[in-house]
Design a protein around this ligand. Structure first.
Ligand SMILES: N[C@@H](CCC(=O)N[C@@H](CS)C(=O)NCC(=O)O)C(=O)O
Length: 211
């Protein structure tokens, strides 16, 4: 049995749950972190010494770090669909996953979601928030131009490329912030919203996270 630890309103847990849903993997889910606590429990620390979620245990194989988990699940259970074996083809999901983690996430998740939405009004650092909103505009415009002639980030079908960046969209389009015109990102988002696994695992209300 596959077990996934991590609260459902965690951005990094959502990436993993979305893929679990896409692959229709039989699993058990254990809410952990945030209001659920448990990150310092010795049993959990034995699985992930960093004390962060998500973590999975797949028949004794324990994996932490959301992108490592995505790659593990796709390779172990997903056939060729989400993470192709061919090195050149695989480099597309890999580059978009790495770009999302090193470039998009710091701007959106850390700068906007944490800095703005999760921070109480009186503590918000507006120059930093405005700079992060501007960096997001630049990054989503870049995605918009890439998506002008392909339906998904790595081509005709969804792959791991779509998961990290695609997981930001529900929150990016829900927040009361300035956004540029992004017709191709909006079409991509509409495509993702058609997927039951995206609706179930990513479009999760997050009001309880407000600062
Ligand atoms: N780079 C890690 C980041 C893990 C991380 O920071 N997870 C957050 C949730 S998104 C966490 O554990 N927060 C503590 C908590 O939920 O209490 C990954 O991608 O898995």
């Amino acid at each position: 049995m596959l077990t996934i630890w991590g609260r459902r309103n965690s951005f990094n847990v959502q990436k993993v749950m979305w893929l679990v849903g896409e692959l229709a993997l039989d699993h058990a889910h254990v809410p952990l972190g945030g209001a659920f606590g448990g990150l310092d429990d010795p049993q959990f620390r034995a699985k992930n010494p960093h004390g962060r979620i998500p973590v999975i245990d797949d028949e004794g194989v324990v994996v932490w770090e959301s992108h490592a988990i995505l790659r593990y699940l796709a390779a172990r259970h997903g056939g060729e669909a989400f993470w192709p074996a061919d090195a050149a083809t695989r480099s597309y999901p890999d580059r978009w996953m790495d770009w999302a983690q090193t470039t998009l996430q710091p701007a959106f998740v850390d700068g906007v979601f944490m800095g703005y939405y999760r921070t109480p009004e009186e503590k918000r650092d507006w120059p930093a928030i405005n700079a992060a909103v501007a960096r997001c505009a630049q990054h989503y415009r870049f995605l918009d131009s890439w998506l002008a002639d392909r339906p998904f980030l790595a081509g005709d079908e969804p792959t791991l490329a779509d998961i990290p960046a695609g997981t930001t969209l529900y929150r990016y389009f829900s927040l009361d912030i300035e956004r540029p015109s992004l017709p191709n990102v909006e079409t991509w988002y509409a495509r993702l919203c058609e997927r039951p696994a995206y609706r179930q695992h990513v479009m999760v209300p997050f009001d309880d996270l407000k600062g």
